[in-house]
Design a protein around this ligand. Structure first.
Ligand code: PLP
Length: 395
């Protein structure tokens, strides 16, 4: 049959043939659908043994999942379109009954708090914020017998560091599922599963990607705990696209070398900041003044993390804005995990979706600034922050 031009236009050049080359970086597979010469092969693919339709499974996301699972020390990993989608999937995976309890940190990421508050209200689940760094946090968990406990390895934005091992034991005793959002240290700085967590969550939009050019999220754990999430994702459609998965995998290749430098730079910047008389306090888990310094030395690896926070003496929103606008090296961007330093006013950005009462309960003051320390020369970053603090403080 001689095909006509319209047909040629649709089908020509769609098979790769003749090359034995193995690309050093995997190709990007944008195909949402794949076809098979054999019906048996198509049937196998629809059973999950091959790639049929990208909402079921797709090569770039699968490669990323394999890499993140290996970094987390996990049997399995499932990738999502964002960190929030990953956190949402964890909530959805629990067999909630009205009256069940969900525990999360008092000062955790404000958007996670808003999401879980909303979902708990709809399901009749009681959300109990808990200071997970307090010595009696494990006892509260044993007493409350929650269905799900979420912790943050280093909390956003106050950089508190809970004892994940102690919380994991309490969750086991209470029969609770224990999920740890380890976005701040990344798997370089904490492998939450090895400390006893059931799930390790990452917003890959941050350190894993490392270059602020793709959103994404992952949940890692045992094969039996991840399989139901993977099946649920086919129905929710919360998949990670091929371009984002490819960019994230490329970024992740340098995670350990980047994180070693980010951690060292953060420690240096924190030390420089702690010498300033214009700052109320500098928050960094590596400083001996940090309330969780000893715990952090036990539960974090490769340093004390890439994040620093501080409070400018007497500052409110106006002084905070003046400080952000005076930055010359660091950028006032509402995220973290970039090669460059990103600075954020906590109350109006990461904690924006918390009520003023929730912020007060969490101890997030209007003067709080959060810094994701980049790979620039750390003295340039410290000089820039200190000069902007002077301008913010009106000097
Ligand atoms: N978890 C933490 C600790 C975060 O800081 C963020 C975002 O800032 C998220 C989850 C959400 O991730 P995403 O922005 O990829 O949805």
């Amino acid at each position: 049959m001689k095909t006509k031009q319209k047909t040629v236009a649709v089908h020509a050049g769609s098979r790769l043939t003749g090359s034995k080359a193995v690309p050093v970086m995997p190709p990007i597979f944008p195909a949402a659908v794949n076809w098979f010469d054999s019906s048996d092969d198509l049937s196998d693919a629809l059973d999950g043994k091959d790639y049929a339709y990208a909402r079921i499974s797709a090569p770039n996301a699968a490669l990323l999942e394999e890499a993140v699972a290996a970094l987390e020390g996990a049997e399995a990993c499932v990738a999502y379109a964002s960190g929030m989608a990953a956190l949402r999937s964890l909530f959805d995976a629990q067999p909630w009954k009205a009256g069940d309890v969900l525990v999360m940190p008092t000062d955790g990421y404000g958007v996670t708090r808003a999401l879980y508050k909303n979902l708990c209200a709809r399901w009749g689940v009681e959300l109990r914020p808990l200071d997970q760094t307090s010595p009696d946090a494990p006892a509260r968990i044993r007493e409350w017998r929650p269905r799900l406990v979420l912790a943050e390895s280093i909390s956003n934005p106050l950089l508190r560091v809970p004892d994940i091992r102690a919380l994991a034991q309490a969750c086991k005793d209470a029969g609770a599922v224990f999920a740890v959002d380890a976005t701040f240290p990344s798997p370089f700085g904490q492998r939450a599963l090895e400390l006893g967590a059931d799930y390790a969550v990452q917003s890959t939009s941050k350190w894993l990607n490392g270059h602020s050019d793709a959103l994404g999220g992952t949940v890692s754990g045992s094969k039996s705990s991840i399989d139901p999430l993977r099946s649920a994702r086919i129905l929710s459609g919360d998949v990670l696209g091929p371009f984002e998965a490819w960019l994230t995998l490329r970024g992740l290749r340098t995670l350990p070398v980047r994180m070693k430098a980010h951690n060292e730079h953060a420690a240096h910047v924190a030390k420089r900041l702690s010498e300033s008389p214009l700052l109320e306090r500098v928050i960094y888990p590596g400083l001996s003044s940090h309330p969780d310094h000893a715990v952090a030395a036990r539960v974090l690896e490769g340093g004390f993390g890439p994040m620093v926070a501080f409070e400018i003496k007497g500052a409110g929103q106006k002084e905070g804005d003046r400080f952000l606008e005076a930055l010359r090296v660091a950028k006032p961007g509402p995220s973290l995990g970039d090669v460059g330093t990103l600075v954020m006013h906590a109350a109006s950005a990461s904690a924006r979706r918390m009520t003023p009462e929730e912020r007060a309960q969490a101890g997030i003051r209007d003067s709080l600034i959060r810094v994701s320390v980049g790979l620039e020369d750390p003295d340039d970053v410290a000089d820039d922050l200190l000069a902007a603090v002077e301008k913010g403080a009106g000097r």
